[in-house]
Design a protein around this ligand. Sequence first.
Ligand SMILES: NC(=O)c1ccc[n+]([C@@H]2O[C@H](COP(=O)([O-])OP(=O)(O)OC[C@H]3O[C@@H](n4cnc5c(N)ncnc54)[C@H](O)[C@@H]3O)[C@@H](O)[C@H]2O)c1
Length: 256
Amino acid sequence: MILKNCVGLVTGASQGLGKAFAEALLKKEAKVVICDLNHAQGADTKAEFDERYGPGRTTFMACDVTSLPQMKDVFSETLQTFGRLDILCNNAGINNESSWEKTISVNLVALIQASYLALDHMRCDRGGHGGSIVNVASMSAFLPGAHCPVYTASKHGVLGFTRSLAEASRLGNYGIRINALCPSFVNTSILDTINHEEILGNFYQFKDGVKNLIKVFGVLEPSVIADSFVQLLEDDSLNGAVMKITTTKGVHFENY
Ligand SMILES: NC(=O)c1ccc[n+]([C@@H]2O[C@H](COP(=O)([O-])OP(=O)(O)OC[C@H]3O[C@@H](n4cnc5c(N)ncnc54)[C@H](O)[C@@H]3O)[C@@H](O)[C@H]2O)c1
């Protein structure tokens, strides 16, 4: 996929990994829709990108990914503003074991919902022009996490959904590549959740285990993960791929 002039929608792109993914698309001369719950941060990020990459390349749409009406509006406004949609990056995510239903809702249910909305717009077998979906999972999609059982379940779910939808796309000639990105620890605000008892609830007692893992394995910068995100988009041979990025092994793929 040649990213120049493509239009990408990145959820949770006000900050952290989503912001890095959005910026990576802008560097490739694509246009970007930032969609995020956080109005103030989203507006700041859009202003920063306007200054750095020129006005008209980025738009910010405040929205909660768990809301179907709001997401439908985001997709139709994207088409109104930029005339097309080529890329969906399902990045928005939370780690909250106390509000565990919300964690499943944001990390898994909303990701499925947005993927289906993207399919409606992109499917070649239904008059669309194809495209690419990147779902942000985590190394938590492979490993147990005593401090975050529900976050872990949500990320395992992301992999099962991504691989199955990719297979459906291949068999059904959707013309859409669907892949998963699984970073290990990254320097963003979500890492701070492990310091909060009100967030981890009953599992706060296991926080030292993950803190030790962070000490041993280290923390990656969002720009490193953004380079891998671009690789997933640009490599047309990848569909149903599960890309891992760790400090010890760098970029590598899970072989099933
Ligand atoms: N940072 C890490 O160590 C790490 C590792 C692996 C995977 N991930 C995944 O990366 C993704 C991005 O997280 P991050 O690390 O950048 O964290 P972050 O907290 O910095 O960013 C998450 C973004 O999602 C937005 N968001 C949350 N709920 C939303 C909702 N309902 N609707 C719209 N936007 C919403 C937030 O406002 C925020 O801008 C998540 O899916 C996370 O699980 C992070």
